[in-house]
Design a protein around this ligand. Structure first.
Ligand code: ACO
Length: 328
């Protein structure tokens, strides 16, 4: 399998219909549009309805990505869904989606790596392709964070949002595709972003819910500082591994957690604003979904040219961080 790479042959995304604006949040918690916009860059976000669940969005994003790739679901060898907000703990959301889209021969599993989940999943899917174990891999990043947010906690509820983004990775030998990736973790800072309750350590109970352990907690300011440093270094790592330099990057497609983090990283790497793809103002922080949603918007806008170098980078719960470099 010499020189086989994973090319992104299709992209797709799916969002809930319901829009929640900063003005709506002003009525729910002690916050202002001005605070949210200047501190995060978010103006509005999409929130799932009560009867909507993750696999609905994963399946829709996946169908769109398969359509762009010109592939039938039956041709998929593997489905990886990166998420921390699955339909239910057992079975995996990937298995529900395998059935929903009719990907009969695909193996399927979920991966949890917080906001870095999509990059982790692309890295795993790529190794299946380069080892000859798969020709077509569906990688989806998807979250319904709104159902795990404490809607009384202004420090988190203004940030998180819902959606799904999918890519199809296909084996190719023409030099295009994933050139390099880098993934990292540091569990010593696990408490920076957590949802403590509902697992085997603190199982579901009335007391757990009364103690509000079933919602997301984040040390935002501490996370912010580490995010900028780690993202800069992991971007450089993927670029150097591919034998390129930051100036070769045409599109920086980062995890959309905070516009100030993104701009700080871009500044350190010398990228002008036209290199950065931003949609955080409309989409908010959709964790593992944010990069594939942004990528699909960018690709469908017609602005990515064959040969362009794209860089993905993400940082999130774990702590985890990672990057991936693509020749389009
Ligand atoms: N409206 C008004 N005031 C607020 C709000 C709000 N929504 N939220 C917090 N504040 C207040 C705080 O109470 C604090 O007030 P104080 O000074 O009186 O104590 C003040 O604003 C400043 O709070 P900070 O937390 O220091 O604000 P900061 O500038 O750091 O911005 C933010 C907070 C947006 C969360 C930022 O720290 C951030 O983006 N952090 C990184 C998040 C991240 O990247 N997470 C990883 C990915 S997410 C994942 O993995 C699921």
């Amino acid at each position: 399998m010499a020189n086989v790479r994973s090319r992104i042959s299709g992209t797709g995304h799916s969002l809930p219909q319901k829009v929640l604006t900063n003005a709506d949040l002003e009525k729910m918690v002690d916050t202002t549009d001005e605070w949210i916009t200047t501190r995060t860059g978010i103006r509005e976000r999409r929130i799932a309805a009560d009867d909507e669940y993750l696999s609905l969005f994963v399946a829709e994003a996946s169908r769109r990505a398969l359509e762009m790739a010109g592939l039938k679901a039956e041709e998929l060898d593997l489905i990886i869904v990166a998420t921390v907000t699955p339909d239910q703990p057992i079975p995996s959301t990937a298995c529900f989606v395998q059935h929903m889209i009719g990907a009969k021969k695909a193996a399927a599993f979920d991966m949890a790596a917080g906001c870095s989940g999509f990059i982790y999943a692309v890295t795993v899917g790529d190794s299946f392709i380069r080892n000859g174990l798969a020709r077509h891999v569906l990688v989806v990043g998807a979250e319904i964070l709104s159902k795990y947010v404490d809607w009384r906690d202004r420090a988190t509820c203004v940030l998180f949002a819902d959606g799904a983004g999918a890519v199809v990775l296909s084996a190719e030998e023409n030099g295009r595709g994933l050139l390099s990736s880098a993934i990292h973790a540091d569990g010593s800072m696990a408490e920076f972003i957590t949802l403590p309750g509902g697992g085997s350590k603190i199982p579901v109970s009335h007391a757990m819910i009364d103690a509000n352990l079933h919602t997301i907690k984040m040390k935002g300011n501490e996370t912010f500082k580490i995010a900028v440093r780690s993202l800069e270094s992991v971007c450089r790592e993927a670029i150097e591994r591919a034998g390129l330099s930051p100036a070769d990057v045409r599109w920086f497609v980062p995890h959309q957690a905070n516009v100030r983090i993104i701009n700080a990283v871009a500044e350190r790497l010398g990228w002008p604003p036209e290199t950065i793809y931003l949609n955080i103002d409309r989409i908010g922080n959709t964790s593992a979904a944010s990069i594939p949603i942004a990528l699909d918007e960018l690709v469908r806008s017609g602005r990515v040219q064959p040969g362009d170098i794209l860089l993905f980078a993400a940082f999130g719960a774990g702590l985890t961080w990672g990057s991936g470099l693509i020749r389009w």
